[in-house]
Write a protein that binds this ligand. Structure first.
Ligand SMILES: [Zn+2]
Length: 344
């Protein structure tokens, strides 16, 4: 059973008719916390496995049932993506009546040109750009919002490696020696390597000048950035937000914690629980989807545009510190930024 609701009754999600029945429950869910939370879990499963079963209900949900539709933002993006313009017109009318961050989020999640244009116009006249940046959308000086993440989500599942040779040959290694990641390991603020991802394997991520993208951490602060050369290694690193998340004595280049990840599609072999997939054995994060939105997302240190969110993992992918670790890029400036946030 790939689906569990830990917050209420488990209802069937085995057919388009079952999804229609879930949508019908959104009315009563508006005034029933337990049902609303349970539906959140169900819709996370629908978003991962049978998004096409939800599509016929997009308009009714946006126009009539938003009050009971309390799902995570990545689920919202998956389910409402490409919703018809009648939804955008409804939200625009609602926003004219009362400016609500939730309605702006829904417009961003729809993600069509008309939706992103309306949302950008509202933000430029009334504010709210920061909240949308936390959700992964950048407001340029003119034109529609720009989505700064890939809509194509993949789960990151950890596998063991036998030795250093297998680690170095893996597409997506966990625990690389620092000299494979930065040009000057003796002088870098980078202390820890979590994961590298082969850029060509990441659907929807902008073209990157090097083969791999690196997710690393510094003990000196919450965020660290570096420019990337043609060989993929970082140089000109900077600690972007001081205040150590932790002080670790562990040496990155010891062999413990080495491994690799494989990228798995969202399907019914993952465990959907509590609105996410992190209960799946050996799954420690995902590529694609919006950033988790708990903290501000980094802007590029060179051009100041909101950076593109590539992946977020938990520290358990390779034990160090605690919390989420996220990887961002600016494809124009060849800058990578990695952020750390403790569980809260
Ligand atoms: Zn930039």
């Amino acid at each position: 059973m790939p689906f569990e609701s830990v917050r209420g009754p488990a209802l069937p999600v085995d057919s388009p008719g079952d999804v229609a029945a879930l949508v019908d429950l959104l009315g009563p869910a508006a005034t029933d916390d337990r049902l609303r939370n349970s539906l959140c879990d169900h819709f996370a499963y629908v978003a991962g496995v049978h998004v096409e079963w939800f599509r016929p209900h997009q308009e009714r949900v946006v126009v009539e049932l938003l009050g009971g539709f309390q799902v995570t933002f990545d689920t919202l993006c998956a389910l409402l993506h490409g919703a018809p313009d009648s939804c955008v017109e409804h939200l625009e009318r609602e926003l004219r009546r009362q400016r609500s961050p939730w309605h702006l989020d829904v417009l961003a999640a729809i993600g069509t040109e008309p939706a992103l244009t309306v949302a950008a116009d509202v933000v430029r006249s009334h504010g709210g750009a920061d909240e949308l940046e936390n959700a992964g959308f950048w407001t340029p000086p003119s034109g529609p919002l720009r989505q700064r993440f890939s809509s194509h989500r993949l789960a990151l599942q950890r596998r063991p490696v036998a030795d250093l040779a297998e680690l170095l040959g893996a597409d997506h290694p966990v625990g690389l020696p620092l000299d494979r990641v930065v040009r000057r390991p003796e002088a870098t603020p980078v202390d820890w390597h979590f994961l590298s991802l082969r850029a060509a394997a990441l659907p929807g991520v902008p073209a990157w000048p090097a083969e791999r993208l690196h997710l690393v951490e510094t003990d000196d602060g919450w965020a660290v950035a570096g420019t990337v050369g043609d060989d993929g290694r970082w140089y000109d690193e900077s600690v972007e937000a001081e205040g150590p998340p932790e002080d670790s004595e562990r040496d990155n280049d010891e062999p413990d914690g080495r491994g690799m990840v494989v990228l798995r599609p969202f399907d019914d072999t993952l465990v959907y629980c509590n609105g996410h997939i992190l209960s799946t054995p050996d799954v420690y994060g995902m590529v694609g989807g919006p950033p988790i939105g708990v903290y501000s997302n980094p802007s590029c240190r060179s051009c100041d545009r909101l950076m593109f969110h590539v992946a977020t993992v938990t520290n358990h992918i390779r034990g160090h510190g605690d919390g989420f670790r996220s990887l961002y890029i600016c494809e124009d400036c060849r800058v990578t930024s990695c952020t750390a946030s403790n569980w809260n």
